[in-house]
Design a protein around this ligand. Structure first.
Ligand SMILES: Cc1cc2nc3c(=O)[nH]c(=O)nc-3n(C[C@H](O)[C@H](O)[C@H](O)COP(=O)(O)O)c2cc1C
Length: 170
């Protein structure tokens, strides 16, 4: 893999293109030695139904990175649209906010696996670490899905695009 520095114009252009790619906002969470960790992630995507698997890219600098790999398990909490959820996304995506403070917002509970799940999420998934791949600043984390939340009525995810939080029209 090339480690050559990215030309400025390409970096700027890529950033601009990615601003226009709408993404559902999730909170990735894990637990290690009784401590909860969590961060905002829009890189979450489904991977396969066989095995049931999902993918998320986690910055190696993120406080959740090492605990997630050591624990070998994580949860994905898909946020609903709403002002409280947008505020949570900002908190869980802000390096200046402590892990403890992040979990003071929203109704969190402990799943039988020990992982933190958000009661009011549109959906949550419990995943066991299946594969990992280091790419530049990030680790691609592949999780095997071991449990999913009960089906919620309607679909109204929190969407992040062009640097702002939106709701799906319609
Ligand atoms: C909308 C949004 C989406 C984000 N998506 C990702 C992501 O997919 N992967 C990632 O590593 N960081 C992502 N981040 C950045 C992390 O949430 C942020 O750097 C977080 O503060 C890192 O955790 P730490 O402060 O606990 O170290 C995103 C932030 C925001 C606001």
């Amino acid at each position: 893999m090339s480690t050559a520095p990215l030309p400025t114009h390409l970096g700027d252009a890529l950033r601009q293109v990615m601003r226009g790619v709408a993404a559902t906002v999730t909170l990735v969470t894990t637990e290690q030695d009784g401590v909860w960790y969590g961060m905002t992630a829009t890189s979450f995507t489904s991977l396969s139904l066989d095995p049931p698997s999902v993918l998320v890219a986690v910055n190696r600098d993120a406080s959740l990175h090492d605990p997630l790999l050591r624990r070998g398990a994580f949860a994905i909490n898909v946020l609903r649209e709403g002002a409280a959820e947008a505020a949570m996304s900002r908190l869980f995506g802000n390096r200046a906010v402590s892990t403890e403070e992040r979990f003071r917002h929203g109704r969190w509970r402990c799943h039988p696996s020990g992982l933190p799940i958000l009661e009011d999420a549109q959906a949550w998934l419990i995943c066991r670490l299946l594969e990992r791949l280091e790419v530049g600043t990030h680790t691609l984390v592949v999780g095997r899905v071991e449990d999913v939340s009960p089906l919620a009525a309607g679909v109204a995810p929190l969407v992040y695009v062009d640097g702002t939080y939106r709701r799906l029209a319609g």
